[in-house]
Design a protein around this ligand. Structure first.
Ligand code: 3PG
Ligand code: MG
Length: 399
């Protein structure tokens, strides 16, 4: 693997050169107010941007936000992100009203050395995510025209074969930014020879989203702890009734096979919090997993499960955690996620938190980020890395 790095680029000198930086500024926004609810991904790209600014580059930042459908949609504008980025960088960030149009051109042309511009959402253009090589390529040509060099610091998007991630590096001298390097360095510790016991905690709503990573990790891990909405499909596979909990019927057989393949490795909840409705004020109780009332849905793992998971985690030397244990956004159902997160911080282990939701949970619950070994900015990207898949954004940097 031969990836050139930001330091290589800085070594060549970037003063006065236009450097196009692909960042992942896809931050969560409050549905009502549009405010940024977690700026972790903005902070994560500051080391790269700060270094380029300090070296006198003309820095052109681009990113996606959310999943707009290939045309401008104000709900997904990066404008609020430009403001926050400017505050955090302590520098004026000039915002372009479009991605590759007149506004972008004049903004980029007007940059002085050491200035930063942010282009509008890449996904306002069909070419960004197109499956058609020519359509993607045409958009990549327009983007590449804004840079003399390209830096990929969008770890959260390296699993996407998108124009800004995959096609632009084929058109410009390209390097990996500090965040991408650090992420790959850390995650490779998990795929290499992790110190044992290696314990993985998975949550989140769907088994189908996590199936590939479960398949890939099952032979490698010592324990796999499963909570979150996805645990109910596993409980069903054990013959239990799960009331109105999230259930992927078509995955029940798959879950049964997984448990048979690795007897004793997969640890499921023994108790859960069951509620009348998906609402923070819904009536709820802790019940045994064999006693979930037919009219109720599971919204969190229970205290006995937390204790069991914590005991397994306390033995671990390496931990990977992806996905909340319950509906942590609703305070009454955040105890499971908090309990597991706290157990991870207490373990004498190298711990990695992967996934936008788990990273946001760590911060929303007020936990100390520095008590984890690494908090990945990648959700899908970190999972696909652990699955051993070729990531288009990384492959593009290797060429
Ligand atoms: C993420 O949030 O995981 C990344 O920003 C990628 O976003 P996407 O799943 O919409 O491609
Ligand atoms: Mg190369």
């Amino acid at each position: 693997m031969s990836i050139r790095t930001l330091d290589d680029l800085l070594g060549e000198g970037v003063s006065g050169r236009r450097v196009l930086v692909r960042a992942d500024l896809n931050v969560p926004l409050d549905k009502q107010t549009g405010d940024i609810t977690d700026d972790g991904r903005i902070r994560a790209v500051l080391p790269t941007l700060g270094a380029l600014v300090g070296a006198g580059a003309k820095v052109v930042v681009c990113s996606h936000l959310g999943r707009p459908k290939g045309s401008p949609d104000p709900a997904f504008s990066l404008r609020p992100v430009a403001g926050r980025l400017g505050e955090l960088l302590g520098a004026d960030v000039r915002f372009a009203e479009d991605t590759v149009g007149d506004s972008a051109r004049s903004t980029v042309d007007g940059l002085a050395d050491g200035q930063v511009a942010l282009l509008e959402n890449l996904r306002f253009n069909k070419g960004e995510t197109s499956k058609d090589e020519a359509e993607r390529g045409a958009f990549a040509d327009q983007l590449a025209a804004f840079g003399d060099a390209y830096v990929d610091d969008a770890f959260g998007a390296v699993h996407r074969k998108h124009a800004s991630v995959y096609d632009v590096p084929a058109r410009l001298p390209h390097v990996a930014g500090r965040l991408v390097l650090r992420e790959v360095e850390v995650l490779s510790r998990l795929t290499g020879e992790p110190e044992r016991p290696y314990v993985v905690v998975l949550g989140g709503s769907k088994v189908s989203d996590k199936l590939a990573v479960i398949e890939a990790l099952l032979p490698t891990v010592d324990r796999l702890l499963i909570g979150g909405g996805m645990c109910f499909t596993f409980l069903k596979a054990q013959g239990l009734e799960v009331g109105t909990s999230l259930l992927e019927k078509e995955m029940v057989e798959t879950c049964r096979n997984l448990m048979e393949r690795a007897p004793g490795k997969i640890m499921l909840p023994v108790d859960v919090v069951a509620a009348d409705a998906f609402a923070p004020d819904a009536a709820h109780d802790t019940v045994r997993v064999d006693g979930i009332p037919s009219h109720r849905l599971g919204v969190d793992i229970g205290p006995e499960t937390v204790a069991g998971f914590a005991a397994a985690l306390s033995q671990a030397k390496t931990i990977f955690w992806n996905g909340p244990m319950g509906v942590f956004e609703m305070a009454p159902f955040a105890h499971g996620t908090r309990g597991v997160a706290e157990a991870i911080t207490k373990a004498d282990a190298f711990s990695v938190v992967g996934g936008g939701d788990s990273a946001a949970a760590v911060r929303a619950l007020g936990l100390d980020e520095s008590s984890f070994g690494h908090i990945s900015t990648g959700g899908g990207a970190s999972l696909e890395y652990l699955e051993g898949k070729t990531l288009p954004g990384i492959a593009a940097l290797e060429n």
